[in-house]
Design a protein around this ligand. Sequence first.
Ligand SMILES: [Zn+2]
Length: 677
Amino acid sequence: MNLLNTHFTAPYNSAPFSQIKDEHFLPAFKIAIEDAKKEIDAIADSKQKPTFENTIEALEFSGQQLDRISSIFFNLNSAETNDVIQNIAQEVSPLLSEFSNDITLNENLFNRVKAVYDQKESLNLNVEQNTLLEKKYKSFSRNGANLPEDKKQKLRAIDKELSQLKLKFGENVLAETNNFEMHILSEDELKGLPDGELEAAKQLAESKDKDGWLFTLDHPSYIPFMTYASNRALRKQMAIASGKKAFKGDKFDNQQNVLKIAKLRFERAQLLGYKTHAHFVLEERMAKTPEKVDEFLNEMLSKAKPAATKEFTELQEYATEKDRIHQLEKWDSAYYAEKLKQKMFDLDDEKLKPYFKLENVIDGAFAIAEKLYGLHFEEITNIDKYHEEVLTYKVTHENDELVSIFYADFFPRAGKRNGAWMTSYKPQSIQKGENDRPHISIVCNFTKPTKSKPSLLTFNEVTTLFHEFGHALHGMLANTTYPSLSGTSVFWDFVELPSQVLENWCYEKEALALFAKHYQTGEVIPMDLVQKIKDSAAFHEGMQTLRQLSFGLLDMGWHGIDPTEITDVKSHELKTFGGTQLFPDVLENCMSTSFSHIFQGGYSSGYYSYKWAEVLDADAFEFFQEKGIFDKEVATRFKENVLSKGGIEDPMVLYKRFRGQEPRPDALLRRAGLIEK
Ligand SMILES: [Zn+2]
């Protein structure tokens, strides 16, 4: 018997990592898929009259073993992978997508789901059951289950073409990124670049058997160059090369792909009965409609524009004074902003790091969770870990009840992907009267300890830890019946609220006093340093906001309208950007042709959600500030209405129950210094 296909007997039903071998996965997946198929067939082919329990709930609780194996496997593939695991991932991914397609295309199953859906008014369902029914039904209908056969065929054809176009779009952007390199032979031309960047550029040149230094359009090379290189002509060369990606009229050009993707998405939405692609997407978002998103973006624009214009003027004056630059161009923006920021704040990570020893920051996050939500974290050693560096905790409530198991994995190593994320090894749910608690994990890539120094975090790493810990609390405190509605399974533009809101505690004196202590002297971080952190965080917020809004408006400009008449990508883009542009336009550049987020990735009609989430977190945090950042009553409202509720109800309803009103942008505008405090 394959261990992965059995019920785990380790404490807390935790994953028995030490006994799982890589070669267990593939056969275990195959068995679990077969079992899940049998469960689905039993539901679809049942002779009983369809009911909520025998159809919707049965569907929800099917395939649990497959889900458990998948989460263990894919979490390992991100945090502790190797060639074997990567090969299994290649092999198993098509099996999993075939399995989920089989479900969506199963007509008998859909007929039973629809039969339940059609009588939902008379079923006396509670809020959560109702949401589950809606969600299951939509997972079929949004994929065309209600369409007549010819239109179903049409939909499949569109989906196929779209997936090829998206792939092609991405390949072109990648090829264009790789096609460019800037080769520098004289160090004189590289003034301003920090030693570390020079070294990286030299190594890159060496790796290609070249002398001198090489710079590319990859972010780790491009961003530092634009920020530090004082040679304006070279910055211009880099910026134009970057802006021209897939916009040169050659075989890598994406203009036709942009037009085709926008038009096919529109056609697909119309086929399914939606006005535009954005209407289709936003149906399952907190914002709900394109009109609401447009209103939001334009309101933010009108509020941010005066501050942005003022910042731009100041930056222009600074550049004139410093280097006699009379017209700031796009390639000057990062460079002079960095110089001005240094001049104004003189803040560098080395000054802050001694106050942020990793162990202290972890204790601080735990102490805050204890004060707010009555959670208690105890390190445990009686469960397996997938790597010796992983820390394991038992999280309990004041009354000793188990809340969650918590894994924390902080340092980079080969086999771990970049970045930081929260995930789970086991979801929370209530089945047969039993509240099955979740197993939550956060994974980061923080500064490692050395022989002489403990791990001292940059401030950015501190906020990252709080961010992921905020997601983790959302997972840990989950208290719903159905796993697919539990924890962080919420609409996309709501999921960053718990994470972003917790970052706010990193800037508060009362919270910092708990953990920001010098690792050698124990002295609490001086408040003037904290004030500098706050002020520098708001530096150029107006211009940053305008930039984000321009992407959001461009996204809606392609997806919130009927694009059939558009023929010229660049002129459509300029029209959509509208009032967000402070720098002169660069004729030979285009944003859309390399805007992978919306044309290749999953962000179409979703770019606005970055700003949207900031509005939510600032508005929510202001409520805490009004009553005191450790106020139990506000914390309890947040826990009961947001953190424990997952996706069982519309996020706007949940939010209003917590806050007493809809979110308003004023708190964010104040925090960002865009309006008076
Ligand atoms: Zn996040």
